[in-house]
Design a protein around this ligand. Structure first.
Ligand code: NPG
Length: 368
């Protein structure tokens, strides 16, 4: 397609409850939506960068600047662009994978809408619904954590992930295991530990967890490999896995036995599928991570999670886990699962009422 106009729309969605991780507490999700328009098609993508660069170096205002000043000029001057060519066209720009992913997704959505094919079908989905997991932030007390987890289990979530950090690990996780029996349970440290904590992390081995996610800093693959030799619980990587090549390297090093795939973190859904393929080829299970996406990003994640290698439940919750009002019609749990959208492209669009209510700023860019 030839891009005629690109809209960068910042939306702000208050969270139904604060979400605390080892890198900070969020009370609202400020997201950047990208709408691309060609002569006779349009598509949407969501940039998953956070408001502040605390999860990774990208952040919303920076991503918007990069898209406007460094990515779009390359696409405008390329003439006809297809989603498959975008990574190559944008390769001269170093990193900024979340910004690139948003643009590539919007173009892919526009192409698929024009040809009447759903994203799930395009990527190779083999399921029409995916198991929903829920990510539970750090709370002020263990009783508060138990109440929160009880609420999600009542709602039907099929797997629980607990955020941990030094000082909030063995005791709260043991309390959840004791109270809720054989629920599927895993933990996520977001890089908060060091190898010196190996014996503490090994105490989680008795709690029968699916995995420990990203215990050490993202650039410490040898550390993760060493830790994997000292704990029985499988190590899963998130922040460290920035591409299919990085996944192959980490797996071959013994740094992980499971991979969390977040399309934004690896530069888009096409690279996410390659990460999936590499992991399947190595016999490594994958699951789809979440970045508090609005319905736009959530729709695409559900499609990805329907690929065959996604054998563990993802951080793919219903809209009401995070938001009172989503930008699309809400995703609703059905017996602990979310249906894979079947419409063309990502299969959902923002509603004009939600956009009116939630939009903070809109920037429209046309080729010079
Ligand atoms: O359900 O969308 C979701 C969020 C899942 O815990 C979740 N995401 O580190 O994986 C993570 C974490 C995160 C939260 C990452 C906020 C970045 C920002």
């Amino acid at each position: 397609m030839k891009l005629v106009e690109v809209e960068l729309r910042r939306v702000r969605l208050p969270l139904v409850a604060p979400f605390r991780t080892s890198f900070g507490t969020q009370t609202a999700r400020e997201a950047l939506l990208v709408r691309v328009a060609g002569a006779d098609s349009e598509g949407w993508g969501e940039c998953v960068a956070m408001e502040e660069p605390l999860y990774s170096s990208e952040y919303v205002v920076g991503a918007q600047h990069v898209i406007r000043h460094h990515l779009l000029p390359r696409l405008f001057s390329a003439g006809d662009v297809s989603a498959a060519r975008i990574a190559g066209l944008l390769a001269p720009v170093k990193e900024h994978r979340m910004a690139k992913a948003a643009v590539e997704t919007a173009v892919l959505d526009a192409e698929l809408r024009a040809s009447g094919v759903s994203l799930g079908t395009h990527l190779g989905a083999v399921r029409d619904a995916v198991d929903a997991g829920v990510s539970v932030g750090i709370t002020d007390s263990i009783p508060a954590l138990l109440d929160t987890v009880a609420g999600y289990l009542d709602a039907g979530y099929r797997r629980v992930k607990l955020k941990i950090e030094p000082g909030w690990d063995v005791a709260p996780v043991a309390a959840v295991r004791e109270r809720f029996g054989d629920v599927l349970l895993q933990v996520d440290a977001n890089c908060a530990y060091s190898l010196a904590d190996a014996s503490r992390l090994a105490r989680l081995d008795d709690l029968d967890l699916l995995l420990i996610e990203q215990p050490l800093p993202e650039d410490d693959l040898p550390g993760h490999a060493a830790l994997a030799r000292r704990v029985r619980t499988p190590i899963c990587l998130d922040e460290s896995i920035t591409s299919a090549r990085a996944a192959a390297f980490a797996i071959n090093l013994g740094a992980c036995a499971i991979v969390n795939i977040k399309p934004g973190r690896v530069g888009g859904y096409l690279e996410a599928r390659r990460v999936h393929d590499v992991c399947v080829a190595h016999g490594v299970p994958v699951w789809c991570g979440g970045m508090l996406e609005t319905g736009i990003g959530r729709a695409a994640n559900v499609a990805l999670a329907a690929l065959p290698g996604f054998t563990l439940p993802g951080d793919i919750s219903a809209s009401d886990r995070y938001f009172r009002t989503d930008v699309t019609l809400p995703f609703v749990l059905q017996e602990g699962r979310l249906g894979v959208p079947t419409g063309p492209g990502i299969g959902v669009s923002p509603t004009s009422e939600a956009l009116d209510e939630l939009t903070v700023s809109t920037e429209r860019i046309t080729p010079a």
